[in-house]
Design a protein around this ligand. Structure first.
Ligand code: UDP
Ligand code: MG
Length: 311
């Protein structure tokens, strides 16, 4: 049997409420494309009934279920999916039906007609909370600046990639990664199309603020040393300001006398606290990098496959 033409890679973490409808909607879409295809679900250590439901889907010969040993995170799960497919075009999407599977048809059409390496998507009328959209907005701007790639929406996972891009991504054994950005390192011809966005169908988002911040940091830290540079320049600026302020205090003391200066001592404390706080912040950022370096040098596998279930 030759390679399948299309593969859909879907990471799953506690999505039992969404899986049946997802499957129901995605199957006709894939069949309608008139190409050979496979759907690869990666169970990222779900603690609900997701794996059982997926095993049921795996009765179907066009479905493969990759069972990971534990929760490795969305991007590692997608990588695990990439690693087991040979398809020419690989589509990634979320399991929560926030992006309609029906959009795949258009995605593939755009890719083939334009001979693109990557087709990204822009969420039209995004249905997320303000606190979910705001960080995305910021990160989109930062990501545009640091990668120099003019993508409008980095966070939307409904995307498709051509085989060579996927293959090069697999070769990057990075722990902290952000797939849409990583793809941009390798892709030459890239475009973005608009896709509809819906509320999460069932269950709740797996991204509490802590995970979200971590992921956004992955995006920035894995692709640039901008945060470290900011600290450096910020540090220089701060010490210059500190020197100016010190000079001002010294002069003011000479002009207004010791009494004035003694009363000003509390201002000094305030300033000190600001600086100490900033130092801790800076240390934290450096610590983030060190933590990531540590993870990379340990060379542990980014994911571990327990079993692949197929029909
Ligand atoms: N996901 C995963 N592992 C995780 C967290 C999430 O595989 O540790 C999957 C999840 O099942 C979904 C996708 O990644 O298919 C996006 O997650 P979610 O919808 O919670 O993110 P949001 O839409 O809030 O960004
Ligand atoms: Mg979602």
């Amino acid at each position: 049997m030759g390679n399948v033409q299309l593969a859909v890679v879907i990471p799953v973490y506690n999505e039992e409420a969404n899986l049946p409808l997802l499957m129901q909607r995605i199957m006709p879409v894939m069949q309608g494309l008139g190409k050979s295809f496979e759907i690869i679900f990666i169970d990222d250590g779900s603690r609900d009934n997701s794996l059982e439901i997926l095993k049921g889907f795996a009765q179907n010969t066009q479905v493969k279920v990759v069972e990971l040993t534990r929760n490795y995170g969305q991007h590692a799960a997608i990588m695990a999916g990439f690693s087991i497919t040979q398809a020419d075009i690989v589509i990634t999407m979320d399991a929560d039906l926030q992006n309609p599977p029906e959009e795949i048809t258009n995605l593939v059409k755009v890719m083939e007609e334009g001979n693109y390496d990557v087709v990204g998507t822009i969420r039209k009328g995004r249905k997320d909370s303000f606190f979910r959209i705001l960080p995305s907005k910021i990160i989109n701007i930062v990501a545009r600046k640091i990668t120099g790639v003019n993508m409008r929406d980095w966070g939307c996972m409904l995307r498709c990639y051509r085989r060579p891009v996927v293959e090069r991504m697999i070769q990057c054994h990075e722990h902290a990664t952000f797939i849409p950005a990583l793809a941009m390192v390798f892709a030459k011809r890239v475009t973005e199309i608009e896709v509809a966005h819906e509320e999460r169908y069932g269950g709740k988002s797996n991204y509490p603020l802590r995970k979200l911040i971590n992921l956004q940091f992955d995006l920035v830290a894995s692709f640039s040393d901008l945060p470290m540079k900011l600290i450096m320049y910020g540090g220089v600026l701060m010490s210059l300001l500190g020197i100016c302020f010190g000079t001002f205090l010294a002069i003011a003391r000479l002009v207004y006398g010791a009494r004035w200066a003694a009363e000003g001592i509390f201002t000094l404390f305030a300033v000190l606290f600001v600086f100490v706080g900033l130092q801790f912040f800076a240390l934290g950022v450096i610590g983030e990098y060190i933590g990531r370096i540590y993870r990379e040098v340990r060379k542990r596998p980014e994911y571990m496959i327990e079993k692949i279930h197929t029909g």
